[in-house]
Design a protein around this ligand. Structure first.
Ligand SMILES: [Zn+2]
Length: 274
């Protein structure tokens, strides 16, 4: 009994120590007010080069991104700076969440706001997004509507528990391997970040719609980026999802387009290695 009690406490202490040790990497490297804080958003070319090498991108993509970066390093670093400032202010905005990297344990997105009563087309009441993503979505929907395009918002924030239900249902219906290609395991979904949006039918038919074409051409102007592009399964781990966009902010969306071949996962891997 005594041993069990001690073991339990030792386990709790070890878990606490692990959590403490992981905090700096989860919440930004530099504490506010530390001498490095002021330089936290500064990255020189050597550091950018090292991060690109460490990101382990496909060889061809890495070469092409490096060529663009080296062709105009000053411009690249200037375009990168606002992302690092964004990340400093909000580490989860550009947090890499994919098959290999989970969100912080049981992460709950802060500042979620309801999308009801905001002039959006929604598939059901009660959808929520983080405040900044919701504002950007409003602006984007308004711009689309002005051009005669309706963006139907079908799925947004999903909690860890909700995602568990989605994933388990898919496993039951199609088996685990197929389920992993179309849905994220709980704790790995961009929807849990509170910044991802699924539009329209959430099926491949969406790609043929006016809304999809409009998003392809315009989403990045509003800070949204397509997460799982066509032909990128090897890189993203997921089938093509023409309907799934993640809000990353305008600076990230434009850097992604200009230097990272418009592939969000390349940018996320690079930032994560930086
Ligand atoms: Zn989605």
């Amino acid at each position: 009994m005594q041993n069990q009690f001690q073991a339990k406490h030792l386990r709790a202490a070890v878990i606490a120590a692990c959590i403490m040790a992981s905090l700096p990497s989860l919440w930004g490297q530099k504490g506010a007010g530390s001498p490095e804080a002021a330089n936290g958003t500064k990255v020189d070319l050597a550091r950018a080069r090292a991060a690109l090498a460490a990101a382990k991108l496909p060889t061809r993509a890495e070469a092409s991104i490096r060529a663009r970066m080296e062709a105009a390093p000053e411009a690249f670093l200037a375009a990168l700076a606002p992302l690092l400032a964004d990340r400093e202010a909000d580490p989860m905005l550009l947090y890499r969440a994919d098959k290999a990297k989970a969100l912080p344990d049981r992460y709950e997105a802060p500042d979620l706001v309801s999308l009801d009563g905001k002039g959006l087309s929604v598939s059901k009441a009660g959808l929520r997004l983080r405040r900044e993503a919701a504002s950007a979505l409003q602006a984007m929907s308004k711009a689309a509507r002005a051009e005669g395009v309706t963006l139907l918002v079908s799925s947004t924030y999903r909690s860890y528990d909700y995602q568990t239900g989605v994933f388990d249902r898919n496993v039951k219906e199609m088996g685990r391997a197929a389920a992993e290609m179309v849905s994220a395991m709980p704790g790995h979904s961009q929807h849990q970040l509170g910044t991802a949006v699924d539009f329209g039918s959430i099926t491949d038919a969406f790609a043929q719609t006016k809304a999809s074409r409009w998003l392809e051409a315009n989403a990045r102007r509003f800070g949204f980026s397509l997460s799982f592009p066509k032909g990128m399964t090897e890189v993203t781990g997921y089938n093509w999802e023409s309907w799934h966009y993640r809000y990353v902010g305008k600076a990230a969306a434009s850097l992604e387009a200009a230097y990272f071949e418009g592939v969000q996962q390349y940018l996320m891997l690079f930032l994560d290695a930086l």
